[in-house]
Design a binder for this molecule. Sequence first.
Ligand SMILES: NC(=O)C1=CN([C@@H]2O[C@H](COP(=O)(O)OP(=O)(O)OC[C@H]3O[C@@H](n4cnc5c(N)ncnc54)[C@H](OP(=O)(O)O)[C@@H]3O)[C@@H](O)[C@H]2O)[C@@H](O)CC1
Ligand SMILES: [K+]
Length: 509
Amino acid sequence: MYALSSAQMRALEDRCAEAGIRGFTLMENAGRAAALAINGTIPVKGKKCVVFCGSGNNGGDGFIVAAELKKLGAEVQVILCFDLPKGRTAREAYEKAYAAEVPMVDLAISPYGCELAMSGVDIVVDAIFGTGFHGELPARAKAACKMINSAIAAVFALDLPSGVETDSFRSDADCVRADFTVVFDSLKPSHIMPLTAKLCGNICIVDIGIPSEFKENLTYRYALVNEALASSFLPVRALDSNKHDHGYLLLIAGSRDYIGAAVMASEGAKRSGVGYVCVASVDEVCRMVASKSPECVFLRLDENENGRMDLLSFGRLQKAMERATAICIGPGLGIDDDTRALFASVLENAKCPVIIDADGINILSENINVLDSVTVPVVLTPHIGEMARLLAVDSQSILNDRYELVGNFAKRYGVTVVCKGYRTFTAPAAMGAYMNTTGNAGLAKAGSGDLLSGIIGALLAQGLAPEKAASAGVYYHGKAADLCQAELGQMYMQPMDVAHYLSKAYPKL
Ligand SMILES: NC(=O)C1=CN([C@@H]2O[C@H](COP(=O)(O)OP(=O)(O)OC[C@H]3O[C@@H](n4cnc5c(N)ncnc54)[C@H](OP(=O)(O)O)[C@@H]3O)[C@@H](O)[C@H]2O)[C@@H](O)CC1
Ligand SMILES: [K+]
């Protein structure tokens, strides 16, 4: 499911106008559909309803809702938060409510009248601001939002809760906290981003008469990754295919101190459809992976005095790199001069997509500009702490502004970034974000990231575009964790258990 930005919504409105569909027709459709959605949730007949209207088109929708709710038998009042609408379309809507004899009270002139209107209210409709809102709520709107939030009533927001920005995921501290949001035509980015999504309550999307063909060629900026989208990204397995048709993942992972990372990454990879998993590592790691995954092939590299891969082995690695259709580097690698040089050589010589995880990310953050000379697609899978290191800021700054910071980083370096954490999201090199909908706190354990990098690596190796491999990988990793949690519980579950549940998570092809 995709979301449209406020600019895209405006462009659609313009396109409708060019096609002879009046703004007022869309507004009437929106208001009627919203009134029906409200009545479908809580039958309004005999109920006391208050509609807070702003002076823009969101307010215009509010006037239509007020007239429609009255028709449905509700006892309705409008609270005018600002001056009467100046725009022609919203003015027409106001006149409709006036003609329907909906009582109106002005917040600036009669605060007491507004309090009276709100006493014993059952349903509140928030039509103060919609997609036009930006910045901070003006004082009068703050007062209105406080009245809405303190009412013991069901709160329905029209399009967006007032005080929530459409595209930036910022919201005013006093914004409306809705129980339900009636969304017009399409989701907007803030409906799906976790911090603002929780302000919307339950979401109901209604058709307002914008022809669907107008949306066919839009470049979507934000996508909510659900089963339908994730499964549409998965590779198709031809009936007559053989192992060579399904890719060759070269997994450069592990060291004497971090043997398990390669075990988990290879487990994720081999359970995700790839034809070959080749593990390149020191002898002890190869032995351990072989004992768990006899299906893998191995490239044993010399071990240096720190128990890490020795740069002198790089010649042998290069041969495997020629064959690889994707490379995953980083899990359990450790950091020293050899692994730094090994990492730099892999980036320099890779001819296929590369996924960089864990210590690969830590090495990269020492000199992020090496990405400027990389010509193959790159996927990075940092958690918040690693992302902070990549951006050289503190973790709290990332948490405050993660979509913008990570999105700008992905664009600046031309890489796909999987920013891991609560509601992991994937920022492609182009623009926007894929918001994940699966996963739980049982994944907050060492090894989960290794498993994920193996899964994404396997999907990349099968030829998926980086943002599709990353967002589908994150989705099925999270779905497997949700299935695992349901049977084993968050305390007990381990990444290797999650790998087992991939069998139930992936669609049966
Ligand atoms: N797209 C469609 O097809 C359809 C859309 N419809 C409806 O239109 C809604 C969008 O309407 P809208 O553009 O008039 O903006 P709205 O949210 O009512 O705000 C009003 C004005 O407030 C202003 N403003 C902003 N921030 C402010 C601040 N901090 N403090 C003070 N003022 C501030 C800002 O003016 P600005 O400051 O930018 O000059 C803005 O223009 C949309 O959500 C949906 O409900 C439907 O009718 C059906 C068809
Ligand atoms: K609103």
